[in-house]
Design a protein. Structure first.
Length: 135
């Protein structure tokens, strides 16, 4: 008997919440084989891959989430910016992703939140790109 993809998605989320990331990654990959258009599945896979220091694969998964119309694209761009800056040391790519996140932020408070995160990280040496504002 085949398990429906939505049940697998719930099981993967449960594994993630239990700290069983590698098992969750494997399950999300099964889900995405059956539902390749699942933007949220791609987002969750990207998040888990980043947590497992699989940065290039995380960027690919986040890219798929964006291509499939993920509901929080600014968060995806921000996560990609962190990977590029903190882990891959690709500052120009990090800046591009940060600008995309700021442009997509739908409310002033969300823009302020993103800017505050970047400012805080820049202050402790974790992030090396300047904060820009979008009007």
């Amino acid at each position: 008997m085949t398990v429906p993809p939505d049940v697998l998605m719930q099981q993967a989320a449960a594994l993630h919440s239990q700290g069983r990331r590698l098992e969750a990654i494997a399950l999300f990959r099964q889900v995405l084989a059956a539902l390749p258009e699942s933007s949220e599945g791609w987002y969750e896979l990207g998040y888990l891959l980043k947590a497992e220091s699989q940065y290039v694969e995380a960027l690919d998964a986040y890219g798929q989430a964006l291509a499939k119309g993920v509901t929080r694209p600014e968060e995806v761009h921000l996560n990609r910016a962190v990977i590029y800056s903190d882990h891959l040391r690709r500052d120009e790519d990090a800046q591009r992703e940060l600008r995309a996140a700021l442009e997509l932020a739908r409310t002033m408070s969300r823009r302020c939140s993103i800017s505050a995160i970047c400012t805080r990280n820049a202050g402790n040496g974790r992030t090396r790109w300047p904060v820009t504002t979008v009007s």
